[in-house]
Design a protein around this ligand. Structure first.
Ligand code: GLU
Length: 419
């Protein structure tokens, strides 16, 4: 595991790799490698015992050339300013790859949410929402869930914003519960786009997904739903899954829904009674499977570990799970990596549908959400593979950035420069 790779530098390297194939002037490229602004704030929150705690929090607005800043808010003790900057940049290129009318943003609070009570979490979230209020808005910056946040936090942020603004504005944030203006299909959307990307990737490479073996690292929202849909909709065998407590394995395939129920009950995937054996995280990442899905945090696979990755195909459910060194090694070794900015883009794509529904106050059935999502992901996949072939690109990540960078540059140059 490489703790050293700085995600912001990784993002800049990815942009540079693609820029070699896109006609963007160097000075304009600098713009696309840096956030427009970063809010850093220290939230003072009253704990249940009456004491005060201070939590550092960030919101990075990376680029708004294609529309309002868009991206999640994560709660994690490892959040840093550079991580949030990188994540906000990845959102710019993700929204461009799937061609939805947004720029990119990201937020985070340095906190271990498991150490807070629900009332403390609510005060923390409302305190952040109060700080964010001047810089967010339905047409300005639209946050969403990310690591360790979900419907509950989004509902609180929406409520705080609407109360302070004395209005109703459900489109100020996405990933809300249905009753608070959420969209059907949003909870599943990230996992669904991972499944769709795996399906398209295997088809494109002329490989059979039915009966293929799959390992999934990370069993949160993205990982557990991707695992379930890859098993139930594609007929693959999910032979290993992990979370921060360790990994479990069964050569004939795990019952992914039962593993999720076990995790909901006990807090971890380990100890699942039907598993044949338990593995380390590293053993899972280097298993000889047809498909590997990293669905945890950044830097899960570095250059050294990439030498031992035995999967044929990698589909990234997490943001930034491979370091640039890992990318180079896997490209060299002929392992096909389908990048995060395509594979996990289902989350933000259905966030876009949620925002459209909020603006129109007209709500769609789940079938429409899933059909529109499939259309966006399949079209994006086809655009990426065309760019890969037409430009003879080294890998699919560079192809995704080439497509995205062209779109961002076009939007920027059409608008021109404001002094
Ligand atoms: N946090 C998710 C992501 O990284 C979703 C963002 C959104 O829905 O705006 O793509």
């Amino acid at each position: 595991m490489s703790e050293e790779a700085n995600p912001f530098e990784s993002l800049q390297e990815q942009i540079d790799d693609a820029a070699a194939y896109v006609d963007v002037p160097g000075d304009v490229l600098e713009r696309f490698k840096h956030p427009e602004r970063v809010l850093e704030t220290n939230l003072t929150v009253e704990m249940d015992d009456g004491s005060l705690s201070v939590f550092k929090a960030f919101r990075s607005q990376f680029n708004g050339d294609r529309g309002p800043y868009k991206g999640g808010i994560r709660y994690h003790p490892g959040v840093t300013r550079d991580e949030v900057k990188a994540l906000s940049g990845w959102m710019v290129y993700k929204c461009a790859v799937v061609d939805i009318p947004y720029g990119g943003g990201k937020g985070g609070i340095v906190v271990e949410p498991r150490e807070l009570s629900m009332t403390e979490l609510e005060r923390l979230t409302r305190s952040f929402a109060k700080e964010l209020r001047p810089v967010i808005g339905e047409d300005r910056d639209i946050p969403a869930p990310d690591v360790n946040t979900g419907q509950r936090e989004m509902n609180w942020i929406k409520d705080t914003y609407e109360t302070l603004e004395n209005t109703t504005a459900p489109g100020v944030i996405t990933g809300k519960a249905i009753e608070s203006g959420g969209s059907r299909g949003r909870v599943e959307a990230t996992g669904r786009s991972v499944m769709l990307t795996a399906r398209e990737a295997f088809d494109y490479l002329g490989k059979e997904i039915e009966g293929a073996t799959v390992a999934v690292q990370g069993y949160g929202n993205a990982g557990s739903i991707a695992a379930r849909l890859i098993e139930s909709e594609l007929g693959a065998d999910v032979v290993a899954v992990s979370d921060s407590s360790g990994a479990i394995h069964h050569p004939d395939g795990l019952d992914t829904a039962a593993v999720r129920a076990h995790k909901d009950e006990t807090g971890t995937v380990t100890g699942y009674p039907e598993a044949e054996s338990e593995l380390t995280n590293e053993e899972l990442l280097t298993m000889d499977v047809d498909l590997l899905v990293p669905a945890a945090l950044e830097n899960a696979i570095d250059g050294d570990l990439a030498e031992d990755v035995a999967a044929d195909v990698v589909v990234e459910a997490a943001n930034g799970p491979l370091t640039p060194d890992a990318d180079d090694v896997l490209t060299e070794r002929g392992v096909h990596v389908f990048p995060d900015i395509l594979a996990n883009a289902g989350g933000v794509t259905v966030s876009y549908f949620e925002w459209v529904q909020n603006r129109q106050r007209f709500y769609w059935p789940e079938s429409r959400v899933n059909d529109e999502l499939e259309r966006h992901i399949v079209e994006a996949f086809d655009g990426l593979t065309s760019a890969y072939e037409d430009n003879d690109l080294p890998n699919f990540r560079t192809a995704a950035y080439v497509v995205a960078l062209q779109r961002v540059y076009r939007a920027y140059s059409e608008g021109g420069t404001w002094p």
